[in-house]
Design a protein around this ligand. Structure first.
Ligand code: FES
Length: 105
């Protein structure tokens, strides 16, 4: 497991991006749960965000790809709108240990 950050480094309802070696991941904290995905859109295989840490739509209900606007559910990473419906973000295993967030790639 890779020690990524403190739990409180991700505010409730927000997302944060991380670089882990060559890989980019995003973590979302929602209602106390953590959801983690590789940072690449299944539509074109590019990063989801244009601005640092801007992974969510305006209402913070979905993960949104900045390039063509695909929307993905936070819990499952499933595309429900945009150019790649039914495709999935690639999940990353995430857990907590004390006040730390750990992932495994
Ligand atoms: S690259 Fe993400 S929707 Fe097209």
């Amino acid at each position: 497991m890779i020690d990524l950050c403190r739990f409180d480094d991700i505010p409730e309802g927000e997302a944060r991006g991380f670089e882990v070696g060559e890989q980019a991941v995003l973590i979302i904290r929602r209602q106390g749960q953590l959801y983690a995905y590789h940072n690449h859109c299944p539509h074109r295989g590019i990063r989801l965000e244009w601005q640092p840490d801007q992974f969510l739509d305006y209402e913070k209900q979905y993960i949104q790809c900045a390039t063509h606007g695909a929307l993905f559910t936070i819990e499952q990473g499933e595309c429900i709108a945009g150019p790649c419906p039914g495709e999935q973000l690639d999940p990353v295993r995430v857990c907590t240990e004390g006040d730390r967030i750990l992932i495994s790639l």
